[in-house]
Ligand binder design. Sequence first.
Ligand code: PLP
Length: 450
Amino acid sequence: MTNNQRLTERDLAVLWHPCTQMKDHEQLPLIPIKSGQGVWLEDFDGNRYLDAISSWWVNLFGHANPIINQAVKRQLDTLEHVILGGFTHEAAVELAEKLVEITPPGLNKCFYADNGSSAVEIALKMSFHYWRNLGKTQKNRFITLENSYHGETLGALAVGNVALYKDTYGPLLMDVITVPGPDCYLREEGESWEAYSIRRFADMEQALARHADTVCAVIVEPLVQCAGNMRMYHPVYLRLLREACDRYAVHLIADEIAVGFGRTGTLFACEQAAISPDFLCLSKGLTGGYLPLSAVLTTDAVYQAFYDDYQNLTAFLHSHSYTGNALGCRAALATLGIFQSQDVLGSNRNLAAAMARAVDRFRDHPNVAEVRQTGMIVAIELVKHKAGREPFPWQERRGLRVYRHGLSQGVLLRPLGNVIYFMPPYVITEQEIERMVAVAWQGIQQAVQD
Ligand SMILES: *Cc1c(COP(=O)(O)O)cnc(C)c1O
């Protein structure tokens, strides 16, 4: 028995893995990872894997990054964690100051939590509670986009729209208003992303016109619906949405948990539309992929609506045990320090161009309906027939074949259904990009055969 097999056996005896049909592991080997370095992960048998998906979109500057390691180690010897109710600490304050400084204008207050779904819950509750504190108790619903994803807890799941994750739990979920989205995969042939995104806004305008009186907020993933198969749209949609939310007195919640911190080419995706949301949810890359931490940034106006004498019971009495964890805040500060000391967005432009060149040949592939890219996110939509974009039946699990092939060739790809995508850490080299894409190409060749 190899070292990998020994650990796998112990694992499967006691461990239940996230987002997994555990029976798959009767056939599909689990990969126990011993160490990570830069874009590379190494298992217990000495095999290496290029982490093309940033370990579920969290890693920005590589595994075992010396700068982040150093910062976390120093913090560890000083203070690991302290209650954030009634107490505070340096890392939490510094990080809040930094986030207020670098996020879009007007977001002046920072509320911490410890994962992305919780950040979404907080934004939803804060928005609802804001209107309640203003006496607008009839506002108690949310508008969301088709194909959106905002996490797995019940509130976050309710405002999401990926059937695979959501439908089973339908009876438990609050009722939301779901509007057709600007997903540009569905545009007419020859239509630009911009024209399509503008055209699709009509549905949102209509929903707001009809429901504004009872709606607290619209929640969106700016520019890329990541868990929804990396579907993308034009920034103009966000600009129109901001303007309409103002007009109808409805909050805008921007969930940048996946797209924040440079993934779309700008530090935050909202910058490309030159808008500020009322709530900005951040997590994933916030700590460079090191520790679970999230933050909700909001405006002075929202903060002020809760600020009153205790007896009036307007306070936001929400907390998580690990709110503002010191190690997480320190990892986040080190991560933001890298953005500050290096031209990350500039070098990412070169990497994004290298990815664009590397995937160009997929465009003519008979089983590829679309190659799309926004900044450091590239996705390839696999179909049965290019003409008419007829999809492969999901039961055939073609993407899983690409995953298996990737592992056999030392590349961690984790397709979303039949969408193969790349979202690598920013420390990837052009040679590694070519390798990653070449392995995906071979994987697709095998996956489309009968
Ligand atoms: C991952 C993700 C979440 C949920 O974050 P978790 O930390 O996994 O709970 C929410 N929104 C978006 C857009 C995400 O990609």
